[in-house]
Write a protein that binds this ligand. Structure first.
Ligand SMILES: C=C(O[C@@H]1C=C(C(=O)O)C=C[C@H]1O)C(=O)O
Length: 404
């Protein structure tokens, strides 16, 4: 990135307001916006239409302008975009300690959890996994990603800036994001998964698939990592994703590096199989969304083959994922930018939080282990909200919805 970092001046307040400002953290760099110059939405069904819309919105803006956006999981729903009034670039440690300092001036109110509702409880989730396994047997699918959502109601309004601060503290790596979807609802989380970064002719993607929860002792961690790396089930789940992404990327590239085997990547709560694909574009002008919207939804979040997997997700999950497992990021006037998948996150509004967690299912999947994997993935947001799995399990009232 060419942009100079700004260092926080102790006399100047960051004044980050999650109902109005966007944040996107990548590596050691953090983009923070202030104010909304313009909001617009766009269809994502046709990639050309999407790219034309974003480019025409940025065309009248100053050269350094960027558009922040979030694309939903479902291709028939609309993407939300924001052109910020002001964009600033910060070093990660600075932003984290500064936010923290601002928060320490606020009183920390206790905010008891009042109710919890699963949009897909354990029984329904496990029966969906079993239904998917029949589809694999019939050779209709190779992989499907099934998910749950958890609705939580608190006694008082959630202090979103505090949640963001916790996310920054607990996860040293990953892509932290905060995006005001409406004047009152904020999508916030820390995604470990880069869908696509583009800088002129260079592109990179870092799909993850195949996971195991972190363990509490060093011995167990070592055993878990080994087990994940050697697991035929997880290696297959991962290979399906890489194969598909390579097919989408290859036509855009003159060179595309695809490592022969995955590596291991950790988050605060999980280990994942990870592969970094790096490419050189045939045409440096290609807009990042032109490629990203074709990669999305990748088999890491949907399944393989994509369309049947998508149809089965609709019928098995019975609730809309909306922005969850969509993609979130930014792009500039030259079509450069970064987009990550919308996971390990929640939508926070007033005193309510909706969290999301999914798991890739293949023929060798065990329904209960997959449910446990989604629990472990929920921990990113639960920790940031000051909750444990026990807290939500005690209050949960699984509603097995026939229809929404
Ligand atoms: C769907 C999620 O994660 C996805 C599924 C993974 C898996 O099944 O191993 C790993 C990373 C993500 O691609 C989630 O975190 O909610």
């Amino acid at each position: 990135m060419k942009h100079a970092f700004e260092m926080p001046e102790p006399s100047k307040a960051l004044n980050f307001q999650s109902n109005r400002d966007c944040l996107f953290m990548s590596g050691e760099r953090c983009i923070v916006t202030h104010g909304i110059k313009k909001r617009f939405s766009s269809s994502i069904t046709q990639t050309t239409q999407l790219v034309t819309r974003v480019q025409s919105e940025l065309a009248n803006q100053p050269d350094e302008a960027i558009a922040f956006g979030v694309l939903p999981f479902c291709k028939t729903q609309q993407a939300h975009f924001i052109i910020p009034s002001k964009t600033t670039y910060w070093e990660k440690p600075a932003i984290s300690s500064w936010l923290n300092a601002e928060l320490s001036t606020l009183t920390k109110q206790p905010n008891p959890l009042q109710s919890v509702e699963y949009l897909q409880g354990q029984t329904q989730f496990e029966s969906s996994v079993n239904a998917a396994k029949k589809l694999f047997d019939a050779q209709l699918l190779e992989k499907i990603v099934l998910s749950k959502q958890v609705d939580m109601t608190f006694e008082n309004t959630i202090q979103k800036e505090r949640v963001l601060c916790q996310l920054l503290q607990q996860s040293r790596s990953g892509y932290h994001f905060s995006f005001p979807v409406t004047d009152s609802a904020t999508l916030m989380g820390v995604s470990p998964e880069l869908l696509l970064a583009k800088h002129h002719q260079h592109i990179m993607t870092n799909p993850l698939a195949g996971s195991i929860p972190r363990a509490s002792t060093e011995e167990l961690e070592a055993a878990n990592k080994q087990a994940l790396f050697n697991s035929g089930k997880d290696r297959f789940e991962h290979a399906v994703v890489i194969e598909d992404m390579e097919k989408v990327l290859a036509p855009f590239c003159t060179t595309l590096e695809v490592p022969a085997q995955p590596s291991l990547l950790s988050t605060a709560t999980m280990w994942h199989l990870s592969t970094e694909l790096k490419g050189t574009l045939k045409n440096a002008q290609t807009h990042i969304l032109e490629i990203a919207n074709q990669l999305h939804p990748s088999p890491a979040l949907c399944g393989k083959p994509t369309n049947p997997a998508y149809q089965h997700i609709q019928s098995l999950e019975k609730h809309s994922r909306a922005l969850f497992s969509g993609i979130i990021g930014w792009c500039d006037k030259h079509g450069n930018g970064e987009w990550v998948v919308v996971i390990r996150c929640g939508q926070l509004e007033h005193n309510q939080a909706r969290l999301f967690a999914g798991a890739g299912i293949v023929a060798a999947s065990d329904p209960t282990l997959e449910w446990q994997e989604t629990n472990a993935k929920l921990k990113t947001m639960l920790n940031a909200l000051g909750l444990t799995l026990d807290d939500i399990q005690q209050l949960s009232n699984p509603i097995e919805k026939a229809e929404l």
